[in-house]
Ligand binder design. Sequence first.
Ligand code: G3H
Ligand code: 13P
Ligand code: ZN
Length: 341
Amino acid sequence: MPLVSMRQLLDEAARGGYGVGAFNVNNMEQIQAIMEAARETQSPVIVQASRGARSYSQDRFLYHLMLAATELYPEIPMVLHQDHGNSAETCKSAIALGFTSVMMDGSLMPDGKTPSTFEYNVKTTREVVEAAHAKGVTVEGEIGVLGGIEDGHGAGLDGLSHLTDPDQAAEFVGLTGVDALAIAIGTSHGAYKFSKKPTGETLKMDRLIEIHKRLPNTHLVMHGSSSVPKELQDIINQYGGKLRPTWGVPVEEIQLGIKNGVRKVNVDTDCRLAITGAIRKVFTEKPEEFDPRSYLKPAREAMRRVVALRMTQFGQAGHVGDYAPIPLEEMAKRYRELSAA
Ligand code: G3H
Ligand code: 13P
Ligand code: ZN
């Protein structure tokens, strides 16, 4: 089946009361890991690429790998999403390439560091919504600022400095028409999220519940949702790595989010940890190896296991055959009819 819009996947997830993991990729092995996990668990898929991933893969390599995935896994509904677009131009170039969903992260200025104004965020996101919806492509916006910094993207604040204000969230959705909304409730990107196990208090789950009450029809997105499992940290450190003790977002908190309107759950760090641990193990145990497949295969397998587990925990498992894909042209027509009404 062709790549489908994220709006369709998330509408279905809302109907079924489950969440969908959005996993970051940069290369073939990561895409293969996700697709194998999806086939095993019978899950619909969101694959996302950051600006760094698009530049690393020269855009077209990544896009054509995704087309290969649609040929090899024709039964699986699959979305290609731009993660953290920093400007309207980034989102428009993703749409031109064939992405079926884009995130316009107008919570930060185009430098990807400086928190922006509400007015700037609305204006830039609205511009992307107009361009994307005309092609049937989905838009995720962000209100509030996430913590952390990854490859230069992020304000570098802790997760609690710019939490999403529920009134502002409602106003933002009304003014922009986004399909999905990323909210800041205390999570941050990367491995070092919390210095002890977070509770529902640390994570401001009541704020999430409040936002969902105000916006029951908007799909909420939880960024920075890696759980940073101790087992994965231990493997890295056992084989020569140097990770400091750290805690991520407990899966139970994500599941509580899913019960309260979270439909897209962003995970990158857990996959990075799984891959790195598996490669370090081969390098330590078999220093004589030099065929890249000897370490890339276990790395791919380690990521497959994490992704399959998350797909099951988020509830998307088993939903692969629930619906037929809606062509992007049909999605564009629906948006046109909605705005005329
Ligand atoms: O948003 C952060 C994701 O983990 C992507 O990270 O920009 O290093 O590819 P990246
Ligand atoms: P993690 O760093 O927690 O995996 O978050 C990834 C993310 O939010 C990508 O947008
Ligand atoms: Zn993110």
